[in-house]
Design a protein around this ligand. Structure first.
Ligand SMILES: Cc1ncc(C[n+]2csc(CCOP(=O)(O)OP(=O)(O)O)c2C)c(N)n1
Ligand code: SF4
Length: 280
């Protein structure tokens, strides 16, 4: 099958966990029969956030942590676009943590794929919000002291309708999960364990392979089961879609977005002048 989305060389280190994430997404988009012009990927800053440069899609690469606001803006303007946010754990949960939380409340139709390597990769491996306590880095020389941020538990607590964890060493599972997230109506979070082979010498491919497993799930809309899974971390790390239960989207709550896409409505400068006159 010809892949319509793979594009050129990358500047990632050989062996980086980002490679299979890029491939999985390119294959998922192909298999769902999207065309490059129908897709927008927004990102912030970082190694993961370079993704829009490395795939044939519409791309927006903005400030560190600020990927979600432009994504929501684009989605509001053009509900015909498949909007994806793709960035690192620092970008999405650290600098962009506020947007992460409030975006879940609003529930726009956006798939959010977080490359979670538990470090700031681009700036040479400082601790990130998801680094485990005790992890030593060039900056945290005596080890990380704070507890790690739990993105899945936070997403569930905020009412996210689709919450999943994948591993970049399990590409088929990642691709299938991405397809489900892309087809989900509303905000979908996929936290992807992505070894950084240059700066994270603890959470390596081998470390994950020993720990990851696919739990048997009773039902995908069992919130308390999902919460329990999201808390499991250490000797055993569950993978899979922990929760899948749609709720009304941002778009469906705004009358103006339920008919035509805004970009399809002719711009009437006269109407704007009338509104300006009212307020000036
Ligand atoms: C507001 C702001 N703070 C810090 C930086 C410096 N900076 C650039 S990339 C980066 C780390 C990126 O880490 P992460 O988002 O986890 O992505 P990764 O590179 O690991 O994929 C930092 C701290 C910046 N560009 N802007
Ligand atoms: S520094 Fe880490 S995250 Fe960045 S490209 Fe290299 S291996 Fe990947």
């Amino acid at each position: 099958m010809v892949n319509n989305f793979m594009l050129g060389e990358t500047a990632w280190c050989p062996g980086c966990g980002n490679f299979s994430i890029r491939e999985a997404l390119a294959e998922a988009l192909d298999e769902l029969e999207y065309k490059p012009h129908e897709v927008l990927i927004c990102s912030g800053i970082g190694q993961a956030a370079k993704i829009p440069h490395y795939l044939k899609v519409n791309g927006f690469n903005g400030l560190h942590g600020r990927a979600l606001p432009p994504a929501i803006g684009a989605r509001i303007a053009n509900t015909r676009l498949k909007v994806i946010v793709e960035s690192g754990d620092g970008d999405s949960y650290g600098e962009g943590g506020n947007h992460f939380i409030h975006n879940i409340r609003r529930n726009p139709d956006i798939a959010h794929f977080v490359h979670n390597n538990q470090v700031y990769g681009l700036t040479k491996g400082q601790a990130s919000p998801t680094s485990d306590p005790g992890m030593k880095t060039g900056i945290q020389v005596s080890g990380v002291v704070h507890p790690a941020f739990n993105p899945l538990l936070t997403a569930l607590a905020m009412g996210a309708g689709f919450v999943a964890r994948c591993f970049s060493g399990e590409k088929e599972h990642l691709k299938e999960t991405m397809k489900k997230a892309l087809e989900f109506s509303g905000y979908a979070l996929v936290d992807i364990l992505q070894p950084c082979v240059s700066f994270n010498k603890v959470n390596t491919f081998g470390w994950y392979r020993k720990r990851v497993f696919f739990p048997e799930l009773n039902a995908l809309d069992d919130w308390s089961q999902a919460v329990k899974l999201s808390l499991q971390w250490g000797e055993k790390i569950p993978l899979g879609i922990f929760y899948n239960k749609p709720r009304p989207t941002f778009e469906s709550s705004q009358k103006v977005l339920t008919g035509k896409a805004l970009i399809d409505i002719p711009f009437e400068p006269k109407e704007l002048s009338k509104i300006q006159e009212e307020f000036i």
